[in-house]
Design a protein around this ligand. Structure first.
Ligand SMILES: Nc1ncnc2c1ncn2[C@@H]1O[C@H](COP(=O)(O)OP(=O)(O)OP(=O)(O)O)[C@@H](O)[C@H]1O
Ligand SMILES: [Mg+2]
Length: 369
């Protein structure tokens, strides 16, 4: 007999713990019969739907369902009858004062001692705050998108306006250079001016390409060419300008159909970065690998490398992994434009890198578009 008493008191204790949990929950916890008659109603339900326990018990659950959502109840009951749970179902319910409340519902079958389904218990969580935060986020996102589009339009307009005078300036300097004899001091100054104007022209062209990439207007003019020859030409552009060593073995030509000028642009971007981000110098290794349908080109340096946290964002527009106070110049456009060019060729571009150990940028192009 004492054993049975212990058993009963343990069961009672468990029951009262469960009752306390249900009662003190901030969520509304309700149970109902399969006919929809409310059989229990906790404090959370009183606070959320404004009906007291005695007002709610014995009433039909449609008490809190907006009329245009009655069909939901039929669906929920049919799922419960099959023994299924309904989890995190987002819907609306209505309180005693007529307030429409967005809620997340989780409903499970209630079984009797024989294991038969005799009703349902549901937990309703008020998600007004969550929805408000989501709406604020959406609004902020839309505002940022509008501002970002305005910024892109502004960049496109300014670049367009800059292009004409800078082209005229560049042409005039070339003509002026022809009028100055080799001995004159002025020649050195004009040559310096030409170099600086060339830099501005590069920047304007990058900005124009950036705007074209943004609007999907980056045009391709495909032709057949040998990419190893193009790589050798690009390396030559850098050789006189930097103390880095270049290693490229152009043993056999590799033909492909692509926009030569655009691929040249990608190579110049990658080689330029390899030089720029290895300020201590070192080796820059270029490899070409020909497969049946594709060609892959990799540019490897021994420079500062890239921290893991930046790797997946490298090809995003205006993204720079270096500190803003670093004295390495750049706008973060080169890789964005390069990826657009490679993608337009149905190719891919990726990076492997480790901070302090150097980087490998590799792009793969189909041989025939
Ligand atoms: N070889 C590299 N080694 C280390 N970091 C690199 C390398 N290439 C690119 N990065 C990092 O990726 C960022 C983006 O490169 P990207 O070429 O797009 O821009 P940028 O060189 O900063 O400027 P821009 O190309 O417009 O002159 C760089 O700012 C740099 O932090
Ligand atoms: Mg760059």
């Amino acid at each position: 007999m004492p054993e049975l008493t212990t058993h009963i008191s343990q069961a009672e204790e468990k029951q009262s713990i469960l009752a306390a949990i249900v009662n003190n929950s901030d969520d509304a916890i309700i149970s109902k019969t399969l006919q929809g008659i409310i059989t229990s109603w906790n404090k959370g339900a009183e606070a959320l739907f404004e009906y007291t326990e005695s007002e709610a018990i014995g009433k039909h659950i449609s008490l809190i369902i907006p009329p245009d959502r009655y069909a939901e109840e039929t669906h929920i009951i049919s799922e419960i009858c099959k023994g299924n749970k309904v989890a995190h179902f987002e819907t609306l319910r209505v309180s005693k004062s007529g307030k429409v409340i967005p809620i997340s519902l989780s409903i499970s079958p209630v079984l009797n001692a024989k294991g038969e389904i005799i009703g349902a218990s549901k937990i309703a969580r008020n998600i007004s705050e969550k929805i408000k935060i989501q709406q604020e986020k959406d609004q902020l996102y839309n505002e940022i998108k509008v501002l970002s589009n305005k910024k892109d339009e502004f960049i496109a307009a300014v670049t367009h306006e800059l292009k004409t005078p800078v082209t005229a300036l560049s042409g005039s300097l070339q003509i002026l250079k022809r009028y100055i004899s080799l001995e004159e001091k002025g020649l050195l100054i004009v040559e310096r001016c030409i170099k600086q104007v060339d830099k501005v022209t590069f920047l304007i062209n990058d900005l124009l390409d950036f705007s074209k990439a943004q609007t999907g207007l980056l045009q391709l003019r495909p032709e057949v060419f040998d990419i190893t020859g193009l790589i050798t030409d690009c390396i030559d552009l850098f050789k006189g300008e930097t103390h880095h060593n270049f290693k490229f073995d152009a043993a056999t030509p590799v033909q492909l159909t692509a926009d030569r000028l655009r691929i040249e642009q990608v190579l110049i971007n990658l080689l330029g970065n390899a030089v720029k981000y290895s300020p201590a110098g070192g080796l820059i290794k270029i490899d070409v690998n020909e497969q049946a349908d594709t060609v892959s080109v990799s540019v490897e340096d021994e420079g500062i490398g890239i921290d893991k946290e930046h790797l997946d964002k490298m090809f995003t527009r205006f993204y720079r992994a270096v500190n803003t106070d670093s004295n390495i110049p750049g706008l973060g456009m080169g890789l964005y434009i390069s990826r657009e060019i490679v993608n337009r060729h149905n190719g891919t571009i990726h990076v492997k890198s480790e901070a302090g150990k150097g980087s490998v940028f590799c792009f793969i192009l189909p041989k025939n578009r």
